[in-house]
Design a protein around this ligand. Structure first.
Ligand code: WT7
Length: 657
C-alpha cells in the first residue's frame, strides 16, 4: 500500500497562529499518560468542571456481559447548565455566548451574552417547573436553529429534565415515535422554521404527530413565535413560549444531578428496527465534550467558533452547545443553509463574524467545491485559523480543496471521527501535529483505545483493514438505549465480546493511523445523516400498494451515499411514474425528506436465499454499477440464490435506467 503524501500547514508569515498548540510530542506524552493511569488522568480532566461535589470514584467499567457496567465520576454531583452558563458570569458575563446568524442574510445577527443566556435559561427553567416538569421527566425539543433551542436544552438540564431533541426535518410519524418511546411530557417547538427562505411547518407537524396514537403523555406544547405565521393553538395544551417565560424570575435553583443522572436522549438509526434512544449522562459527557472541544479545536478565549451542524444531531449537542458553552466560548448558531442566498454564504458569515474555527461536514464541502473557487476567493476568511470536518469519510480531493482554497493552506484540518454513541470525538488529528494526511481520521484521542478485528473477532495487529472496535470506555460513552438496556448490550457488545463495536470499517496504515472506510452494517450515511435501511423499508411497505422493499446505499458524488430502493408491488398494481412519485412522497411523510430514496427501482422479485433472506450484497452491487454492464462474477457468489432469474431481471432493468 503506498501512502499518500502528508500535507503541512503554511503559517502566514509573522503569525503566531501555531503558538500554544500542543506539540506532537506533548500530545503523545498525554496519550501515553491517559492509558497508563486513566484514573489520575480523568480525575484531573474532570477538574475543569464546577462540581457541587467533586468525584472521588473516577471510573468503574466492565464490558464483560456477565458483569457489565459503565460508570464515570460516580459519586460526583453537578449541574450541566451551571457549568455552561453560571460559572462564566463572574469572569465573562458580557462575553458573547451565542451569535445568532438568521436564515435571511439581510437580517441583523443577534449576540446573546452569557448574562442574557443565564436569564433566559433561568426563566424557562422556572416556567418548566411551573408546568410540572421535574427531575427525570422527558422533554422533546423540535425547534429551528435559533438561540431558544440552546436555551431550551440548558433549561431542561437546569431542572434535571432529560431533553430529546428531534431534528426539524423529521416528519410527524418520526416525532410521534420519539415522543412515544420516551413518553415526553412536554414539547418545545416554534410556529415555523426557516431554511433557505423556505418555511417549515413545525407546529403543524407537532399537531399532526400528537394526533397519532401513543402520544398522549404530552401535556403541554410550548410554541416559540419565530416567523409570526398563524398556527392553531389548542388550549389548554398549547402555550406561547413568550407568555410562559414572561414574569418568571431570572434566577432558577439548579437541580443537583449525580454524574450518572441522564442529561439527554438522542435518537439515532441502527441497522434494525426503529431508531434507538441513545442516552448520555451528565458528568462524563460534559467532561468529555468540553475537554475534546478545547483540545481538538485548540480553543482560545478570543475565538469565534462555528459548527454548522443542527442541534438536532449529536454534533450540535456536543460542539455547538455543551462543549463550547462549558468552555466559555463564543458559538455561532446558524439557521440557514450553505447555498442561500448564494454559495458564498458560509464564507460571508465567516467574514461577518470573524470566525476563527470552522467545523462542517464533507457533504457541504463537496457541494461547495463543485461551485468552483471564485465564490470562496471573493471573501477574505483571514480570521480562520482552524478547520474541522465530521460525519463521514472525507475524500482526499475535498480535503485538499478545503485546506487549500478555504483555508489558504494556513489552517490545520481536523477530520474528527465519532458517533452519536460516543458523545464526543474519539479519533482525530490534533492541530499541533504539523503534518496531515488528507482523508485520514488519524489517531485516538487521549484515553481512547481503538483496535481492528476480523469477522471472527480476532484482533488484527499492524497495517491492516478490519472492523473498528474500542477496547475500553471513555467518559463520553453512551450508557444505555433508553428503555431497552438489552438492545444496548446486543447492538454494541455482543458481536465482539469484551469490546464496543462501532459498526464502522477501518484501515490502519503503517504509521498506525486510522482511515475510516464507512459503515459495515445496514446503516447508510447520507450527507452525514444516519439512516437505517430497515426504517426506509418499513416506510415503503407501509404503503398499501407495496408488497416488499429492500433498501441499500450507493456511492453519491455529493451526499457520500445515496439511498437506493428496490420495490416489489402487490399483484395487479401498475409500476408507473405517478406511483414512484407517490412512494417517494410517502417516505418523506413517514420519516422526513432526508430519508427519501434517490433512486427507486421496480423489482418484480428480490434476490433471496433459499431460506428467504434478502441478499443485500447483490442489491448493493447492482445499485453501485449504475448504468455500467455487470460482468458475470462481479456480483460475487450467487450460488445460494433461490431464483437466479430475479437477479438477471434487476440487472437488465438497472441498465435500462
Ligand atoms: C457515523 C456516526 C459524529 C457526529 C456526526 C455523525 C460516520 C462520522 C466520520 C469521519 C469517517 C465518519 C461513521 C460513524 N463518521 N465522522 N470523520 N470519518 N466517518 O454521527 O450520525 O452518529 O454517525 O458517521 O460511519 O459511525 P452519527
Amino acid at each position: 500500500m503506498t501512502q499518500p503524501p502528508t500535507v503541512s500547514i503554511r503559517p502566514a508569515t509573522g503569525s503566531d497562529e501555531g503558538a500554544g498548540r500542543l506539540s506532537r510530542s506533548e500530545s503523545d506524552r498525554l496519550y501515553a499518560q491517559s492509558l497508563d493511569d486513566p484514573d489520575g488522568f480523568w480525575r484531573e480532566v474532570a477538574g475543569r468542571l464546577d462540581w457541587i461535589r467533586p468525584p472521588t470514584r473516577i471510573r468503574d467499567v466492565s464490558f464483560d456481559l456477565s458483569d457489565f457496567r459503565i460508570r464515570w465520576f460516580d459519586d460526583g454531583r453537578l449541574n450541566a447548565s451551571v457549568n455552561c452558563v453560571d460559572r462564566h458570569l463572574a469572569t465573562r458575563g458580557d462575553k458573547t455566548a451565542l451569535i445568532f446568524e438568521p436564515d435571511d442574510a439581510a437580517a441583523e445577527a443577534v449576540h446573546v451574552t452569557y448574562r442574557d443566556l443565564h436569564a433566559r435559561v433561568c426563566r424557562l427553567g422556572n416556567a418548566l417547573r411551573a408546568l410540572g416538569v421535574a427531575k427525570g421527566d422527558r422533554v422533546t425539543i423540535y425547534l429551528p436553529m435559533i438561540p431558544d433551542a440552546v436555551v431550551a436544552m440548558l433549561a431542561c438540564a437546569r431542572v434535571g429534565a432529560i431533553h430529546s431533541v428531534v431534528f426539524g426535518g423529521f416528519a410527524p410519524q418520526s416525532i410521534a415515535d420519539r415522543v412515544h418511546d420516551c413518553a415526553s411530557k412536554l414539547i418545545i417547538t416554534a410556529d415555523e422554521g426557516l431554511r433557505g427562505g423556505k418555511r417549515v411547518a413545525l407546529k403543524a407537524n407537532v399537531d399532526a404527530a400528537l394526533r397519532l396514537p401513543g402520544t398522549n403523555s404530552v401535556e403541554t406544547v410550548l410554541v416559540v413565535r419565530h416567523t409570526g405565521a398563524a398556527v392553531d393553538m389548542q388550549m389548554p395544551r398549547d402555550r406561547w413560549f413568550d407568555a410562559v417565560v414572561e414574569g418568571q424570575q431570572a434566577q432558577c435553583e439548579p437541580e443537583p444531578m449525580d454524574a450518572e443522572d441522564p442529561l439527554f436522549i438522542l435518537y439515532t438509526s441502527g441497522s434494525t428496527g426503529k431508531p434507538k434512544g441513545v442516552l448520555h449522562t451528565t458528568g462524563g459527557y460534559l467532561t468529555y465534550a468540553s475537554y475534546t472541544h478545547e483540545v481538538v479545536f485548540d480553543l482560545r478565549q478570543d475565538d469565534v467558533y462555528w459548527c454548522t451542524a443542527d442541534v438536532g444531531w449529536v454534533t450540535g449537542h456536543s460542539y455547538i452547545v455543551y462543549g463550547p458553552l462549558a468552555n466559555g466560548a463564543t458559538s455561532v448558531v446558524f439557521e440557514g443553509v450553505p447555498h442561500h442566498p448564494d454559495v458564498s454564504r458560509f464564507w460571508n458569515v465567516i467574514d461577518r463574524h470573524g470566525v476563527t474555527i470552522f467545523y462542517t461536514a464533507p457533504t457541504a464541502i463537496r457541494a461547495l467545491m463543485r461551485e468552483g473557487d471564485a465564490p470562496v476567493k471573493r471573501t477574505s476568511r483571514r480570521s480562520l485559523r482552524l478547520l474541522g470536518t465530521v460525519g463521514e469519510p472525507i475524500n482526499p480531493e475535498a480535503w485538499r480543496w478545503y485546506f487549500e482554497v478555504v483555508g489558504d493552506g494556513r489552517c490545520p484540518v481536523v477530520d474528527t471521527w465519532w458517533q452519536t454513541e460516543t458523545g464526543g470525538i474519539l479519533i482525530s488529528p490534533l492541530p499541533g501535529d504539523g503534518a496531515f494526511k488528507p482523508g485520514c481520521a488519524t489517531r485516538p484521542f487521549f484515553g481512547v483505545r481503538p483496535a481492528l478485528v476480523d469477522a471472527q473477532g480476532a484482533l488484527i495487529e499492524g497495517a491492516a483493514e478490519g472492523n473498528l472496535v474500542l477496547l475500553d470506555s471513555w467518559p463520553g460513552q453512551m450508557r444505555t438505549v433508553y428503555g431497552d438496556h438489552a438492545r444496548f448490550l446486543d447492538t454494541y457488545f455482543r458481536t465482539y465480546p469484551g469490546m464496543y463495536f462501532t459498526g464502522d470499517g477501518c484501515r490502519r496504515d503503517a504509521d498506525g493511523d486510522y482511515w475510516i472506510t464507512g459503515r459495515v452494517d445496514d446503516v447508510i450515511n447520507v450527507s452525514g445523516h444516519r439512516i437505517g435501511t430497515a426504517e426506509v423499508e418499513s416506510a415503503l411497505v407501509s404503503h398499501p400498494k407495496v408488497a416488499e422493499a429492500a433498501v441499500v446505499g450507493f456511492p453519491h458524488d455529493i451526499k457520500g451515499q445515496g439511498i437506493y430502493a428496490y420495490v416489489t408491488l402487490k399483484a395487479g398494481e401498475a409500476a408507473d411514474e405517478a406511483l414512484r412519485r407517490e412512494l417517494l412522497l410517502h417516505v418523506r411523510q413517514e420519516i422526513g425528506p432526508i430519508a427519501a430514496p434517490d433512486h427507486l427501482q421496480w423489482a418484480p422479485g428480490l434476490p433471496k436465499t433459499r431460506s428467504g433472506k434478502i441478499m443485500r450484497r447483490i442489491l448493493r452491487k447492482i445499485a453501485e454499477a449504475g448504468g455500467e454492464e455487470l460482468a458475470p462474477g462481479q456480483l460475487g457468489d450467487t450460488s445460494t440464490l433461490a431464483d437466479p432469474a430475479v437477479v438477471e431481471t434487476l440487472v437488465r432493468d438497472r441498465r435500462r435506467g
